[in-house]
Design a protein around this ligand. Structure first.
Ligand SMILES: O=C(O)[C@@H](CO)OP(=O)(O)O
Ligand SMILES: [Mn+2]
Ligand SMILES: [Mn+2]
Length: 524
């Protein structure tokens, strides 16, 4: 067994800016990161596009694909790419689930509903998938479609919702005729309604159920009017807009009722699991009162949780991630510890282990409850508590490998507040300062990296050359530091040849464990 001990710190959303446009990472006072960059083996990693299994290098990285790659040392084709392929090859429309959904509404003359994130962010969903499914449903004889739109502004520009609403409405207008009727039925901002994750706030899902299923809520004549009115009244950016219902003559146009079919067209799992539980769950579901639950056929775009089999029905098989680092460490007899706060807890456990919700026997997982606020109001988040917990884990001398995620750069970065994000980055640096001291004392090698950028690019230039607030992740590279009393040298550190999938092989190299043949190369 190895006598080495390793800690891997993921500084979520802390990338390296090229433009320095709204670069909260450089603006922040980060004495520890600055010192490490001068003193330690250091390189940068590619964290987007092909390096993490996304369709193109125009696709920014995200936590799901980033933590998958960090945790498995391999590059798998991810949801965005798998759904594209399934639609292009026709496999999706030949699937049993798709045909069941469509035949159900044909035989019952009922409605096919789509619920999901309306953008081309390609992190949770892509509007192009939605449009193709609606067109196919018409071609196959469905008569009525209703779409429940979750407004993004977090993976795409902050107030871009009208662009996607207009795009969808144009597509539906072209399809609508005497035999076919498609409309938007309800919606709301993704951080207010339906897309909660890791059970941080079930009230969001309850509100989604009331809005999409029961058609309860403030009524508007159409989605553009809803966005415009709610934006004027609240000043909120898209992700935070309140829920709305589209109605005609006082009646919601698209309640979900007995006999309907429902597709959640998001492909990413974390924010799709809770709504799926509400649709699939029987009487044992007690997270909120669903009232009389309609008898529908429900399917997700992907299987969102392969261990718990959520949802029951889905359209595309998720990537089958094998030979994860946790599995390799378990086989080698090493003990692992994982910690983050609620908002990133599943990232460092579920995504880390290749979308596996059950832990290995050799692992201990710890969740620190997140605040339920917009994180510009608490930019330090739980960085101090995560650090305290890490220090306790180190001092327990129980673990060979400790991993953690500091969410600040990402979660505060998504709010668009530069001032708050600077504080978020500084909080991470302070956490590192405290952590490194104890890690050194106990003989741990500490690897520090990030899963993608965000805080490094808080502003962006649009096509007209105007500068706007950026709430989305960046496409920038991320840092990789080795802090150790042992001498390690990163091969070709100045090149740009490494990506997130090179981290796990480097960890195994430090432990002196042979990596599976399918893994990428170690950097040392
Ligand atoms: O908040 C989220 O769901 C995504 C952005 O869509 O961020 P991350 O990938 O960092 O979790
Ligand atoms: Mn992330
Ligand atoms: Mn993010």
């Amino acid at each position: 067994m190895s006598n080495k001990k390793v800690i891997l710190v993921v500084m979520d959303g802390i990338g390296i800016s090229v433009t320095h446009l709204g670069d909260a990472v450089t603006e922040a006072n980060t004495p520890t990161l600055d010192r490490l960059k001068k003193e330690c083996p250091y390189t940068t990693l590619k964290a987007h596009g092909s390096a993490v299994g996304l369709p193109t290098d125009d696709d920014m990285g995200n936590s799901e694909v980033g933590h998958n790659a960090l945790g498995c040392g391999q590059i798998y084709s991810q949801g965005a790419k798998l759904v594209n392929e399934s639609i292009e090859s026709g496999k999706m429309f030949a699937s049993e689930t798709w045909n069941e959904l469509v035949n159900n509404v044909k035989t019952k003359s009922s409605t096919l509903h789509f619920i999901g994130l309306l953008s081309d962010g390609n992190v949770h969903s892509n509007i192009s998938h939605l449009k193709k499914m609606i067109a196919k449903a018409k071609e196959q004889g469905a008569a009525k479609v209703r779409v429940h739109v979750l407004l993004d502004g977090r993976d795409v520009p902050a107030t871009s919702a009208p662009i996607y609403i207009e795009d969808l409405e144009k597509c539906m207008a072209e399809l609508n005729d005497a035999t076919f009727d498609a409309k938007i039925a309800s919606g709301g901002g993704r951080m207010k309604v339906t897309m909660d994750r890791y059970q941080a706030d079930w009230d969001m899902v309850k509100l989604g159920w009331e809005t999409h299923v029961k058609g309860e809520g403030r009524q508007f004549a159409n989605a553009l009017e809803a966005v415009e009115t709610l934006r004027n009244e609240t000043g909120a950016i898209d992700q935070d807009l309140p829920a709305f219902v589209i109605a005609e003559n006082g009646a919601p146009v698209g309640k979900i009722v007995d006999g309907d079919s429902v597709v959640l067209f998001n492909f990413r799992g974390d924010r799709a699991i809770e709504l799926s539980m509400a649709f699939d769950g029987g009487d044992e579901f007690t997270y909120f009162d669903r009232g009389a639950k309609p008898d529908v056929i429900y399917a997700g775009m992907l299987e969102y949780d392969g261990d718990l089999h959520i949802p029951n029905k889905y359209l595309v098989n998720p990537p089958e991630i094998k030979d994860t680092m946790s599995e390799v460490l378990e086989k080698a007899g090493l003990k692992s510890y994982a910690v983050s706060e609620t908002q990133k807890y599943g990232h460092v456990t579920y995504f880390w282990n290749g979308n596996r919700s059950e832990k290995f026997a050799s692992e201990v997982w710890k969740e620190i409850p997140s605040d339920k606020v917009s994180f510009d109001q608490r930019p330090w988040m739980k960085s101090a508590e995560i650090t305290d917990d890490l220090i306790e884990a180190i001092k327990s001398e129980k673990y060979d490998f400790i991993r953690c995620n500091f969410p600040n750069g990402d979660m505060v970065g998504h709010t668009g507040s530069m001032d708050a994000t600077i504080i978020g980055v500084e909080s991470v640096d302070l956490g590192l300062t405290r952590l490194l001291k104890v890690a050194e004392e106990y003989g741990y090698t500490v690897l520090i990296t990030a899963d993608h950028g965000n805080a490094d690019e808080m502003l962006e230039k649009n096509k007209k050359g105007e500068i706007n607030v950026r709430t989305a992740h960046s496409l920038n590279r991320v840092p990789f530091y080795i802090v150790s009393k042992d001498k390690y040298e990163i091969k070709d550190a100045d090149s740009e040849k490494y990506g997130l999938a090179n981290v796990a092989p480097t960890v195994l190299k430090i432990f002196g464990i042979e990596a599976p043949a399918c893994w990428e190369d170690s950097m040392i």
